[in-house]
Design a protein around this ligand. Structure first.
Ligand code: OOG
Ligand code: NI
Length: 453
């Protein structure tokens, strides 16, 4: 790629900070949450020098303050396919397939995110992107009305489409084009307090499912939350009320542990906002909320299986407590079966790690897998946890539900359709486990080459 072009990592970094600035203006509580998260992160790092140096060593520290994910919901295959090309300009590819129908939400989703080590270090900005599944709406009349409304809208500015095409033809964008791209791409995700339909249409679709109204009745897929990464989610959850934020009852995901795994998340309830409808009637819509997350180590397929099993059994033998302390205590008991030290997690191949040669160390001849363990014990190879960069379907369902006022529709139950999603997207989604496996393997190979001198 010619140096006349801005790197995709730079464009993503600019876009992620422009999006954050826009959302702080639109939803002031998000700004309050950002400050709270920053305060708690600073306190954690001050109180815990070992964590501080571990994060510094793995280049995690630099990204913490820019790190966030957002979420959007789109209505048609065409919209999803153009979004995929838009995110590609920012070095973001679709990773993973999430079926939310099992949780009574008529969407399926992927996460657009950077995939290479260097890109993740620079800015791991991710967007959880859901496609509405009109085929799951029972009444044909609603299906047809919704798809006619969606066909008539255009969620992209003409300029952003032209810039996407220019990027695809040239293989990059100049600084001026990149700046214009960021500004124009932002328009797709802006909030509109005027709906494209009359109040009666909104209410009909809303009564079928609140999410359908949210996707169908507006000019575009407004960003519905942005989520900063905290180093202590329990502490942020505890302090949210003190800054005027009302958190959802329980933290989703695994319990607090010495070695955090996967992803823990909590949110505050969606705001009720005034909307002007096309017939000049005034009404309310609740869509936009705030969320925080704490990320831990990525799990292998084997580790993930254990996580899913333990989570399911926790849910089975205790209906999710509305009291977070009781819920966390119960989870902690069930998750005792999940090893909680990095050495066991690595030896039992439950989690992914980065391997690094320690400078000055040398090996002779080829190294067998058993010798890798010895080299680690001898201090010739250092291992650091590989952070989980993706999402969790059960947690995502919990986040969706906390904002849908409990109006879940069981008849959508378990209707995964990855083929159909990929057809809409225009490409196959990348398998996240495969990505972690490749990154781990590449780091080990680099370490061994370096040790061999
Ligand atoms: C997405 C909810 C899922 C997460 O972090 O798991 C999500 C949405 O409400 O559109 O953001
Ligand atoms: Ni989220």
């Amino acid at each position: 790629m010619s140096s006349a072009y801005v790197s995709s990592d730079d464009i993503r970094d600019q876009f992620s900070s422009a999006m954050s600035a826009m959302y702080q203006q639109e939803v002031p509580q998000y700004g309050t949450l950002l400050s709270l998260v920053e305060t708690v992160n600073q306190e954690v790092l001050t109180a815990n020098p070992a964590l501080n140096s571990e994060l510094q060593h793995s280049d995690e520290l630099a990204r913490i303050n820019v790190e966030r994910h957002g979420a959007i919901r789109v209505g048609s295959a065409e919209e999803l396919a153009i979004l995929r090309r838009m995110f590609a300009v920012m070095g973001m590819a679709p990773v993973g397939y999430y079926d939310l129908s099992a949780a009574g939400v008529p969407v399926h989703s992927t996460a657009f995110r950077p995939i290479a080590d260097e890109a993740l270090k620079r800015n791991p900005f991710r967007v959880f992107t859901s496609l509405l599944r009109l085929e799951l709406i029972e009444k044909a009349e609603f299906r047809e009305q919704a798809s006619a409304i969606l066909r008539a809208r255009n969620i992209f500015t003409p300029n952003v489409k032209a810039l996407i095409e220019r990027f695809e033809q040239q293989g990059g964008l100049s600084a001026a084009d990149a700046e214009q791209f960021v500004n124009e791409a932002l328009e797709t995700f802006r909030w509109h307090d005027n709906a494209t339909v009359d109040l009666a249409t909104y209410e009909r679709l809303h009564n079928e499912h609140r999410l359908i109204a949210d996707v169908v009745c507006f000019r575009g897929p407004h960003i519905n939350h942005l989520t900063p990464r905290t180093l202590d989610i329990d502490e942020v959850q505890r302090r949210m009320p003190s800054v005027g934020i009302d958190p959802k009852a329980t933290i989703e995901g695994p319990p607090r542990r010495d070695c955090p795994i996967l992803l823990r998340q909590t949110s505050f309830k969606a705001l009720e906002e005034t909307i002007a409808f096309a017939d000049a009637a005034e009404g309310k819509h609740t869509a936009r909320f705030g969320e925080i997350e704490q990320r831990g180590i990525a799990l292998t397929a084997k580790g993930r299986e254990l996580y899913d099993r333990l989570l399911a059994s926790a849910k089975q033998n205790a209906p999710m407590a509305a009291d977070n302390d009781a819920h966390q205590a119960h989870l902690a008991k069930v998750f005792k079966a999940f090893p909680d030290d990095y050495s066991t997690l690595r030896r039992e191949a439950l989690a992914f790690f980065h391997y690094q040669a320690v400078s000055g160390a040398r090996t002779e001849g080829p190294v067998t897998p058993e010798q890798v363990d010895n080299l680690i014990e001898q201090g010739a190879i250092a291992v650091t946890p590989m952070i989980y960069e993706d999402f969790l379907p059960v947690s995502a369902a919990g986040i969706f539900q906390s904002n849908l006022g409990g109006n879940s529709h069981d008849h959508y139950a378990s209707n995964a359709s990855q083929d159909q999603f990929e057809q809409a997207l225009g490409v196959a989604v990348i398998d996240e486990i495969e990505l972690y496996t490749q990154r781990q393997q590449a780091s080990l190979e680099r370490a061994l080459v370096k040790l061999a001198g």
